[in-house]
Ligand binder design. Structure first.
Ligand code: ADP
Ligand code: MG
Length: 763
């Protein structure tokens, strides 16, 4: 039975694909579902599996014969077992454990008199059992292909190939599911391979060689499946896939114009490159298969974003916010400085959006410290002046708390009520706030994601501000709309994204940029120092404190080693408090602390009861303590440039000179030094972001991993920028010039269908 793209992976055994058992198919479905972000393993399909692209390729095309070998040749040879067996050797590393060498003496199809030797080590409790298993496998005459670097052994007077793992061999033909060759530890062993005689098999290759004698894909481990097993499974799926069930999803005109492969061909070739193409193109994501699939991804993304954007513009929100002179007058009294030109410009863009009948979807982008908050507060003020409620969501409780304190101060005397709503708010208070939001007594809500939880019902939400977008998902934005509110939405981010990229990443948003700092800021001085300069750094800390200032010492938390890092941060804190600065006030704050403790620590820092705040990267976003003038970042080499820039933005918020010291670990490598050097050179977040993009790629910089912003399967907006531009131009063409065509209608229908599915999943 042929497969289609929609065939669920759990059903593969029924199709006999890859000789998967039901048990392994479930494991595979599990792994694929989590990779493809499907809710249930049952939802994972052949399409999802085929979207698991190789990370690189190897060219194993050339089948060699023994007489063509010379020492050091890397080649595949099709071999026939002469004899095989195990012998015990001394185990120097672990004398208690038995160690065997399993060795096969084999010859090629020319039946050379001199065999080659293929061998590997074997140890462990089950060694005996495994030896028997191999003995069955490698009966006289059994055929296999071995790939690797062939060495000449003087001692044995033969070419030999040492394998790290025997699963680098491909046994031919193989019709069982072995539990030694794959990672199938929980399954009973398969059928024993029959012994085959040499003559039977020569010249009758009715089976496919999957792993050798061809170009092969190499996959990253997926769940328990390693590259060889994945290669087999994907090979079989590909082979059984009915090409007619792989519909072309790009307009024929585009396929012709850009000379793209058909979708079906591209899917096959991206896994198994044809012999005629340059393998190096595959490794560089530049093969015809890549080009086609990347184009497709960009085209559909651009098409959907442009479509949705156009439609949102058309959908009336019914809430029109007028800015009267009186409102403006009252707004001016909320702050005691002059807005910068940039702030004024973006504010009028925002107010214009709010006054319009179409809902606002605007991204406010501005470097750290550029003064986004006051702009947001003024927009919120305009909403409440018009009788609507306004909400501001921050990614962390600390930040929400801080915005809340600011908002209370700013809106004091306006007669509007400001409420805080975070997970940390006590249940009784929470209920009160909920009631206030529902009956309209609360005008401004500041909080975390708790604001959009089910229990919260707004009387009439007019404006939702989302601070630090890169920590928030696009889905959460959809969540608001999905729950029946259609407010104006303002998204603020300090992650400076080069303009060209903003369009695609936030394609459904209009973008405003604050490109000017408030006056009177002295640029932060940044230095990169090594471990040997630590004593000097401590002196600097003491000096700043003596001047009445405060200091951050930041310890990076890296996800993979979070526990260890946390320990290190805590140790550092104790060391600073007890040994280095016993007569200063040292505090500690990190993400794992209880919300109340975090708040209390932050409050003490703000009110200058703490001189040195040791923290993990939780203070990265938003925290505003103008008296802090020195930041020391430990292990700065572990952080991305953009992240460092965010961190650094916590100082330099007052008029006095601020400093940022980037300490690098013991080994201050040249690379780290060079990379961090840009931090010494510039305070311009945009320049830094571009550099960061260059070095690390999009996912890290744009924080797409946290936020779920368009995760591309294959495409990369930096590497493939040219394809992106073309695809996005074409999408626009279909939505404008060809808007009334049948093709466009069909594509619009597809977007609507998948969009509804997404929203339904959220609401
Ligand atoms: P960010 O854009 O990083 O969120 P904030 O909104 O926290 O920056 O502003 C940083 C600091 O600058 C705050 O202390 C704020 O009060 C101050 N500020 C904002 N705008 C101005 C301005 N036009 N003139 C002077 N100070 C300003
Ligand atoms: Mg901010």
């Amino acid at each position: 039975m042929a497969l289609t793209l929609d065939t669920p992976i759990v059903e593969l055994p029924r199709h006999g694909t890859g000789k998967l058992t039901g048990y392994m198919a479930k494991k595979l479905a599990d792994a694929v579902a989590s990779f493809a972000e499907k809710k249930e393993p049952g939802d994972a399909t052949v399409e999802d599996l085929l979207n698991y692209f190789p990370s690189r390729y190897e060219d194993r095309s050339n089948l060699t014969t023994i007489d063509q070998l010379s020492p050091g040749t890397e080649a595949s040879i099709e071999l026939y077992t002469r004899s095989a067996g195990a012998f015990e050797v001394r185990n120097n590393r672990n004398p208690k454990q038995r160690l065997y060498i399993y060795e096969i003496a084999a010859t090629d199809r020319h039946r050379q008199m001199k065999p080659v030797l293929v061998w590997w080590f074997l140890s462990g409790k089950n060694a005996k059992h495994i030896v028997e298993y191999y003995n069955d496998r490698f009966g006289k005459g059994s055929r296999f292909v071995a790939h690797g670097e062939w060495r000449w052994s003087e001692r044995r007077n033969a070419f030999e190939l040492k394998l790290n793992k025997p699963d680098e061999l491909e046994i031919l033909p193989s019709d069982d599911d072995s539990n030694v060759f794959g990672l199938l530890a929980n399954e009973p062993a398969g059928n024993k391979a029959e012994d085959r005689t040499l003559d039977e098999d020569v010249g009758s290759p009715e089976f496919d060689m999957v792993h050798t004698a061809r170009r092969v894909p190499v996959y990253r481990k997926l769940g328990p499946f390693q590259t060889k097993r994945l290669r087999e499974i994907i090979y079989d799926a590909n082979k059984q896939l009915d090409p007619r069930s792989v519909p072309e999803n790009l307009p024929g005109e585009l396929v012709g114009k850009y000379k793209l492969l058909s979708r079906s061909q591209a899917i096959t070739e991206i896994h198994f490159p044809p012999e005629s193409s340059a393998i190096s193109d595959y490794d560089r994501f530049r093969s015809e298969a890549h080009r086609r699939l990347i184009f497709e991804e960009f085209f559909w993304l651009s098409f959907a974003l442009q479509l949705i954007r156009g439609e949102r513009r058309k959908a009336p929100k019914g809430t029109v916010i007028e800015i009267s002179d009186e409102t403006l007058e009252r707004a001016h009294r909320l702050y005691d400085f002059d807005l910068t030109n940039a702030q004024q410009r973006v504010l009028s863009q925002i107010l214009e959006d709010m006054a319009s009948d179409a809902p606002m979807n605007r991204l406010l982008q501005g470097d750290v410290g550029s003064g986004k908050t006051i702009v947001a507060f003024l927009a919120m003020f305009a909403a409440v002046e018009n009788g609507y409620q306004a909400a501001l969501m921050a990614p962390t409780e600390i930040l929400a708390e801080q915005h809340f304190q600011n908002a209370k101060r700013i809106f004091e005397g306006t007669g509007y009520n400001v409420a805080l709503l975070t997970g940390g708010v006590k249940a009784a208070d929470k209920r009160k706030v909920h009631a206030g939001i529902e009956n309209g007594e609360v005008h401004l809500v500041i909080g975390t994601h708790a604001i959009i939880q089910d229990a919260v019902k707004f009387e009439n939400l007019g404006l939702a501000v989302v601070d630090e977008q890169h920590r928030f998902g696009v889905l959460q934005r959809a969540e608001l709309t999905g729950r029946g509110y259609n407010p104006d939405v303002l998204v603020m981010t300090a992650t400076p994204i080069p303009r060209s990229l903003a369009m695609t990443v936030y394609g459904d948003l209009d973008v405003s940029i604050i490109d000017e700092m408030p006056p009177g800021r002295t640029p932060i001085k940044t230095v990169v120092l090594g471990e040997d300069q630590r004593p000097g750094v401590y002196k600097g800390i003491a000096r700043e404190i003596d001047l009445g200032r405060q200091v951050y010492v930041v310890y990076p938390l890296v996800e993979e080693s979070e526990k260890l890092d946390l320990k290190a941060a805590t140790k550092m804190f104790e060391e600073l408090r007890d040994r280095i600065f016993p007569d200063r006030r040292v505090g500690l704050i990190h993400g794992r602390m209880k919300a109340a403790d975090k708040e209390e620590t932050m409050r003490r820092f703000v009110s200058r009861e703490i001189d040195i705040l040791v923290s993990t990267t939780v203070i990265e976003v938003g925290v505003d303590v103008p008296n802090a003038s020195l930041m020391v970042v430990e292990h700065a080499e572990r952080l991305g440039l953009s992240q460092l820039h965010q961190l650094r933005g916590r100082v330099g918020r007052g008029a006095e000179q601020s400093y940022c010291v980037l300490l690098t670990g013991d080994k201050k490598t040249a690379v780290a030094k060079e990379r961090l050097g840009i931090m010494e050179e510039t305070n311009d977040g945009f320049k830094i972001a571009e550099k960061d993009l260059e070095i690390r790629g999009q996912g890290e910089v744009l924080g797409t991993r946290q936020s779920g912003i368009q995760n591309f399967r294959l495409a990369n907006i930096v590497r493939d920028f040219e394809i992106l531009e073309a695809a996005s131009k074409e999408a626009e063409y279909y939505l404008t010039k060809k808007r009334t065509s049948k093709e466009t209608a069909a594509m619009v229908e597809i977007v609507h269908r998948s969009h509804r599915v997404k929203l339904a999943g959220v609401g």
